[in-house]
Design a protein around this ligand. Structure first.
Ligand code: ATR
Length: 259
């Protein structure tokens, strides 16, 4: 039986095992998928070849760290310097990135066209480089980034040609994406004033719970998107990479995330 797992910290609430095990079952693949809590210091000794694991998903906060432990990177992992999918086979540890696909596909579903659009990114954590590359792929040229710790936004801005805005300020945009962890706890508040903004797209990569950021935006008449479809699409792509089968995303699968 082939073994797969997701590593992160925290990891308790990850829905990846539920989703991947459902698909493994549906597709009659002899494998199982678990989760493992790791600390930064243990990553090096965990990601190695001489163990019986065929694939690893990587979540917060290790997507950047694991790049150093791969023996090869795909083009997407290399351009984003972010790995969320590892393939262990043929004496190689290959780091790949399916977050880019996940985010891009979720917006393609909504017929989003990035031409002449301005995107406003909140946060500068491990997933932001993937969001930027996906936005570029969708035709968005003008990207503004704001982060509490400004130098992290500046580093990303330099690498990916973004504009930095001081944390706390808001600009005119077509789509805003919350990539911070604010909203994971139900009384979290970003503290940004979006009260004059209507008819725009508000995207939160958090998919549970529904964040104040999205609740408020919706009440002002904006279009809202949570991170559910991005999560499903990145998982679908990882599954396809490991097993050569594109698993189905249907109502039953979406419901797995709602239970
Ligand atoms: P990592 O940086 O390890 O990848 P992450 O969870 O992906 O972690 O990113 C957390 C993001 O949420 C960061 O942009 C963080 O801002 P800092 O870079 O200043 O830490 C942001 N964040 C978390 N709590 C915040 C808060 N209370 N106010 C503003 N930003 C916050």
């Amino acid at each position: 039986m082939k073994k797969y797992l997701v590593i992160g910290n925290p990891i308790e609430h990850s829905l990846s095992p539920k989703l991947h095990n459902y698909w493994l079952n549906k597709n009659k693949i002899d494998g199982n998928y678990n989760k493992k809590l790791l600390t930064e210091e243990k990553i090096g000794e965990f990601i190695k070849l001489d163990q019986k694991i065929s694939g690893i998903n990587v979540t917060v906060p290790f997507k950047k760290t694991v790049v150093n432990y791969c023996t090869e990177l795909t083009e997407l992992a290399s351009s984003s310097k972010s790995v969320n999918t590892i393939i262990l086979a043929n004496n190689k540890i290959v780091g790949d990135n399916t977050d880019i696909y996940g985010f891009e596909q979720s917006l393609k579903d909504l017929n989003f066209n990035g031409l002449n659009k301005t995107a406003f990114i909140l946060g500068a954590g491990g997933v932001v480089s993937s969001i930027v590359i996906a936005l570029n792929n969708l035709g968005v040229k003008n990207i503004v980034i704001s982060n509490r710790t400004k130098n992290k936004a500046e580093a990303l801005a330099k690498e990916y040609n973004l504009v930095v805005l001081d944390w706390g300020k808001v600009i005119d945009f077509d789509i805003v994406i919350n990539c911070t962890s604010i909203g994971l706890k139900s009384n979290d508040n970003l503290g940004l004033d979006f009260s004059n903004i209507k008819n725009k797209i508000f995207y939160d990569i958090i998919y549970k719970p529904k964040t104040k950021f999205l609740i408020n935006a919706e009440s002002l008449g904006n279009q809202i998107i949570d991170g559910k479809m991005m999560f499903l699409y990145q998982a679908q792509k990882s599954f396809e990479i490991w097993h050569g089968i594109k698993p189905e995303i249907n109502k039953e699968v979406i419901n797995l995330l709602n239970d």
